[in-house]
Design a binder for this molecule. Structure first.
Ligand code: F3S
Length: 399
């Protein structure tokens, strides 16, 4: 890989330990994937924030980098293992909170915005069409590539941090035109009527298209919440963090329609629900907000739960960014949701919080949320926001 004189000096240690380590990571990655050079990035999103996943070894690695590492571009964080302000309310232990706060302190010293969300594009980290970025979290990477038309590979925590300290990333994979061409035409013969149908569609396409870039036709309309849910699901059950939807996503019209075609019909959607939903009726945790809730979703939740009460043996969590919660505070949605017994889970989510063993069952709108909650030994149900609010209020899955 060819380095400029400035990049070579960084690799030689002229800008200190964190930049030198970062250059070593970026050069190694570039050589593995055949990159010719580094390219500048407009922003970075760092995953690997939860102490639950990092452990003491990860914390030590971050503290080493934080000694002299300062980010060169706008850098935001993925969810942490707890609500940074109200962790007690979510049943997080003091020992865990202490370690999680040390992780957050390290990121703060690096100059990173402590945003803790998988929807950075909703809180001010919004790239432009065609902009090169280095993001980590899979749903956000898929949203950036597909819905915005920015360009990013799915970075690991260390490679995203390295890009933040250097302001660059190796030019390979989805940064290059030739790797952004769709490989499979997916025709959707189904009308999607509720948010969770988009999760089911992501499951169905992910299973059929696997690691291919889909060129999707047959979808007439989509809103932001539906697309963010779809992004989370397609990359969880498939692998590629890029797709095109004709007439909806940017640059779709410029793409050649691939010869290989697969069809998605009602049976595929039903099959997705059948596979995602377990045999369970009693619901111990209802969590909406995977990816993190937008203010529009919070307003829908407030409207649906107003005047009701969460069941005694059930918890109801609204996972969102702190920025969205602050808007909800101002609009009075927080008061309504909390009066009903609901809790906000800001800065965190059901996948990265230490929930194993705490809840046996989960209801959610999110196919991705079900995937990760099963890894936490929960039985899962996926349905509409209405079905989830009903489960929160009755403690049962009624459908
Ligand atoms: Fe976001 Fe956590 Fe879901 S990171 S996409 S809320 S699993």
């Amino acid at each position: 890989m060819e380095l400029t004189k400035k990049e070579q000096r960084m690799l030689d240690g002229a800008e200190g330990y964190a930049v030198q380590k970062s250059m070593e990571i970026l050069v190694a990655l570039g050589e593995i994937y055949g990159a010719n050079s580094l390219i500048s990035v407009g922003s970075v999103q760092v995953a690997g924030v939860s102490y639950h996943n990092l452990g003491d070894a990860g914390l030590e690695f971050l503290n080493e980098l934080a000694k002299d590492g300062k980010v060169k571009v706008l850098t935001t964080l993925n969810p942490a293992g707890m609500d940074l302000e109200n962790w007690q309310q979510l049943g997080i232990s003091a020992e865990f909170a202490e370690k999680q706060n040390l992780v957050i302190d390290a990121f703060k010293r690096m100059g990173i915005l402590i945003s803790c969300t998988c929807t950075p594009y909703l809180i001010g980290n919004l790239p432009l069409y065609g902009e090169h970025i280095a993001w980590s979290e899979s749903s956000a990477v898929t949203f950036a590539n597909s819905i915005i038309g920015a360009r990013t590979n799915r970075e690991g925590g260390p490679s995203a941090l390295a890009a933040a300290f250097v302001g660059k990333t190796p030019s390979y994979g989805l940064h290059l035109d030739e790797n952004r061409v769709p490989d499979v035409h997916v025709h959707v013969n189904v009308e999607l009527t509720k948010l969770s149908d988009w999760g089911a569609l992501g499951y169905a396409i992910g299973k059929k298209a696997e690691n291919k870039i889909s060129y999707i036709t047959g979808i007439k309309a989509a809103d932001l919440d539906e697309l963010k849910s779809f992004c989370a699901s397609i990359v969880t059950y498939g692998a590629k963090p890029l797709f095109y939807i004709k007439s909806i996503t940017p640059a779709a019209e410029e793409q050649p329609q691939p010869k290989e075609t697969v069809e998605i019909d009602q049976a595929d959607i039903q099959n997705a629900y059948n596979n995602i939903n377990d045999e369970v009726n009693q619901i111990e945790l209802v969590c909406v907000g995977c990816p993190h809730c937008s203010i529009k979703e919070i307003s829908q939740i407030a409207k649906l739960i107003e005047g009701k009460q969460v069941a005694e043996n059930t918890e109801f969590w609204v996972a969102t960014s702190r920025t969205a919660k602050q808007l909800a505070d101002k609009r009075g949605y927080t008061e309504v949701i909390e009066a009903a017994g609901g809790k906000f889970a800001c800065d965190t989510c059901m996948a990265v919080a230490p929930l194993k063993g705490r809840f046996k069952s989960l209801a959610t709108t999110s196919a991705k949320g079900c995937f990760y909650s099963r890894q936490n030994s929960m039985k899962t149900k996926m349905g509409s926001i209405e079905q989830c609010i009903d489960a929160a209020v009755t403690g049962q899955w009624n459908s």
